[in-house]
Design a protein around this ligand. Structure first.
Ligand code: OSB
Ligand code: MG
Length: 374
C-alpha cells in the first residue's frame, strides 16, 4: 500500500462543560482531523490530539501540524507499506513528536483494517496476539473542584449516569483533603485521583492521608521527568502510583518498572507515538504484571473510536478514560454515539475504526488540498 493523498482539517470541538485540571481550564478542544488516501482509493482517518498550549506535553496543535507537513508526510510518501508497523519504522529518524506521528499512524491502521474488511480491534488483536472483547469497561474523569459540595454533586451525577470508576482531578493538597472528607458518602464507587504534577516530595506526609481514603491509584503526583522521585514516593506510600505524563515510549515504561516509580501505567496511544508502540507497551506490562489501562485526553469521535479498539484488548481490564459520547461535546465529528451500559461501552462492528464522519466534516475535508503533492 502507498499513501497518495493527505488532507488535514483543524476543528474546534466545544465541550458541554468546562473542565479544570492542574494544567488549565478548557472549554474548547481543538483537534486536527487527518484523512489519508491509499493508492487503491480507500480513506483512513486519524486525529491529532495535541492541545493548544504546550502544558500537558511539549507538542501543540500548531507544532504537530508543522512536523506532519514538513517532516512526516515526506517520509510516508516514499514508503511501500506492507503492514501498519512500517509507519513507525518510517518515522524513526524524527525524534519525539509522538502525537504528530500517532495522528498519521492511526490513519494507516484504519486503512489496513478497512482493506482487510476487519474492525480495528480485530486487527490489533491479530497483531498483538491478544484477545479482543466486545464490551469494554470504562470510567469517567471529573474536573477539579475546590468545594466538597461541588465534588459531591459531580460524583453523584456521574454515578447516576452509571460510572462505577471515577477519576477526580486534584490540583492542591486542600482538594485532596476535601476528597478525603467526602469519600465515605460513596462506599460503592471505585475512586482514583489525578494530580497532573501538582505535588512534590515535600507533600509526602500530606499524601499519606490518602491511605485511609481507599483509592485505587494516584495518577502523576510529581513532575514529568521525575522517575526517581516517583520511586521515592512510591516506597513511602501504600497507595499505588500511576504514571501518565512521564510515559512517551516503551523505554519510559521500562524505566518506571525497573525503578519502581509506579504500579500502573495510563496508556495514551497518541502520547506514545501510535498503536504499534502502544501494543508493545501492553505486551511488556502483561509480561511484567504491571497494570496498564487506556487513558484519554478529550479525543473527538475518531480518537475515541481508536481508543476503544485499543481498550478492547484483554489485558486492559481496568476501566479506561473513555466515557460515553454524551459527556463530551455539543456536536461531535462522527455520526455514531457511544452509550454506557453497565459501566461498559460496546465496540462498533463496521470495519476500521468503525465510525463515520459527519457529512459536513467530509465536505470540508474534500475541499482541502492534497498536501502530499507539495
Ligand atoms: O491527565 O488523564 C489526563 C484530559 C486531558 C488531558 C489529560 C488528561 C485528561 C483526562 C480526561 O483525564 C480523560 C478523558 O478523555 O475523558
Ligand atoms: Mg492524567
Amino acid at each position: 500500500m502507498k499513501i497518495s493523498t493527505a488532507k488535514i482539517l483543524p476543528y474546534n470541538l466545544k465541550l458541554k462543560k468546562s473542565f479544570r485540571s492542574a494544567h488549565e481550564t478548557i472549554n474548547l478542544r481543538p483537534v486536527t482531523i487527518i484523512a489519508l488516501g491509499s493508492d487503491d482509493g480507500a480513506w483512513g482517518y486519524g486525529e491529532l490530539e495535541a492541545f493548544t498550549q504546550p502544558n500537558y506535553t511539549s507538542e501543540t496543535q500548531a507544532t504537530a501540524r508543522l512536523i506532519i507537513c514538513e517532516h512526516l508526510l515526506p517520509l510516508l510518501k516514499k514508503q511501500e507499506l506492507c503492514a501498519p508497523e512500517d509507519v513507525t519504522r518510517a518515522f524513526i529518524s524524527v525524534q519525539g513528536n509522538q502525537m504528530a506521528k500517532a495522528a498519521l499512524e492511526t490513519a494507516v491502521w484504519d486503512l489496513f483494517a478497512k482493506r482487510e474488511q476487519k474492525s480495528l480491534a480485530q486487527l490489533l488483536a491479530e497483531h498483538s496476539h491478544l484477545p479482543s472483547r466486545q464490551c469494554i469497561p470504562v470510567g469517567i474523569s471529573l474536573g477539579a473542584q475546590t468545594q466538597p459540595k461541588k465534588m459531591i454533586a459531580a460524583i453523584t451525577q456521574a454515578a447516576a449516569m452509571g460510572y462505577k470508576r471515577i477519576k477526580l482531578k486534584v490540583t492542591s493538597i486542600s482538594e485532596v483533603k476535601s476528597f478525603c472528607s467526602i469519600r465515605r458518602y460513596f462506599p460503592e464507587l471505585k475512586f482514583m485521583l489525578d494530580a497532573n504534577s501538582s505535588f512534590s516530595l515535600q507533600n509526602t506526609t500530606q499524601l499519606r492521608k490518602l491511605e485511609e481514603a481507599d483509592i485505587v491509584m494516584l495518577e502523576q503526583p510529581l513532575a514529568v521527568t521525575d522517575f526517581v522521585e516517583h520511586a521515592v514516593l512510591q516506597k513511602q506510600l501504600h497507595v499505588p502510583l500511576c504514571l501518565d505524563e512521564n510515559i512517551f515510549s516503551l523505554n519510559d515504561v521500562r524505566t518506571a518498572y525497573q525503578l519502581g516509580s509506579a504500579q500502573a501505567i495510563n496508556l495514551k496511544l497518541s502520547r506514545v507515538g501510535g498503536l504499534a508502540n502502544a501494543l508493545k507497551i501492553i505486551r511488556y506490562c502483561k509480561a511484567h504484571h504491571l497494570l496498564v489501562w487506556c487513558g484519554g485526553m478529550f479525543e473527538g469521535g475518531i480518537g475515541r473510536a481508536t481508543n476503544l479498539a485499543l481498550a478492547s484488548l484483554s489485558p486492559l481490564t481496568f476501566p479506561g478514560d473513555i466515557s460515553a459520547s454524551d459527556r463530551y461535546y455539543q456536536t461531535d465529528i462522527i455520526t455514531e454515539d457511544f452509550h454506557l451500559k453497565n459501566g461498559t461501552l460496546s465496540l462498533p462492528h463496521a470495519s476500521g475504526i468503525g465510525v463515520t464522519l459527519k457529512e459536513s466534516i467530509r465536505q470540508q475535508l474534500s475541499k482541502q488540498p492534497n498536501i502530499l503533492k507539495r
